[in-house]
Design a protein around this ligand. Structure first.
Ligand code: ADP
Ligand code: NI
Length: 220
């Protein structure tokens, strides 16, 4: 990465940090930070363009649809405004905003709608990996709590959402979210590097669930 690129990355990191520091919905600065670090690792192994991928990682949740009345365009618009202010070349900005618009998970039976560039695929993998493993488990319970929902009710059956509307309208427990999203992510990875990291985090979540259900019945 050349010098002016690393200085844009640094100012983007400061901008995102400032904008997201007070967020408690799972899109705080530290989520962006972790996705940024995972992206660096994946991009290196996959030989993708790190400047474009790192900008995408930092900006990907700058204005999430869940916190913006379901507006899908708020994120890409905010990202474009920032990238224009930094004089990032138009073709890169277009690709970054395309990834931000389309990378989000929208339900178990809702396929990802469009092809992403290699950089976009690396960031999508990094974002999904951050919803897995120990961090993913913690984020799931913290999100559920922030919505005033309970962690588990054995009578609740996980839903397979076939439309994005159903997925958005759900009132799930933390445990059903594992079956509605978290355990499905390993098969949605784009890159070999993403698949490898996802598999380890997947196995950890399976172990966690086995322990959780045993403890629920007072065993172990
Ligand atoms: P992404 O960054 O892929 O768009 P989301 O914004 O959907 O991910 O989710 C942010 C975090 O909150 C993730 O860790 C996710 O698993 C968790 N989360 C999202 N929706 C729910 C839900 N309905 N119940 C529990 N956890 C959720
Ligand atoms: Ni994210």
């Amino acid at each position: 990465m050349v010098m002016f690129e690393s200085s844009i990355i640094q100012s983007t990191a400061c901008y995102v940090k400032r904008k997201t520091e007070s967020d408690a919905s799972g899109h705080d600065w530290f989520h962006a930070y972790r996705v940024w670090k995972l992206t660096q690792q994946i991009v290196k192994a996959e030989g993708a363009n790190s400047f474009s991928a790192e900008l995408t990682a930092l900006l990907h949740d700058i204005a999430d649809w869940k916190e913006n009345g379901g507006d899908d365009e708020a994120g890409p618009q905010a990202a474009k405004q920032w990238l224009d202010s930094q004089k990032v070349p138009d073709d890169l900005t277009t690709d970054i905003c395309h990834t931000i618009r389309y990378m989000s998970f929208k339900g178990a039976n809702t396929p990802d709608p469009t092809l992403l560039s290699l950089e976009g695929q690396c960031v999508q993998d990094a974002d999904r990996i951050d919803a897995m493993g120990a961090i993913g488990i913690a984020r799931c319970f913290s999100y559920t709590g922030s919505k005033g929902r309970i962690m588990h009710d054995p009578r609740r059956v996980p839903q397979t959402h076939t439309t994005f509307e159903q997925y958005k309208a759900q009132d799930n427990t933390a445990i059903t979210h594992f079956y509605e999203k978290l355990l499905l992510l390993k098969d949605r990875m784009n890159t070999p590097t993403g698949k490898q990291i996802a598999q380890a985090r997947h196995d950890y979540m399976e172990q966690f669930l086995a322990q959780f259900f045993s403890e629920w019945e007072g065993q172990r």
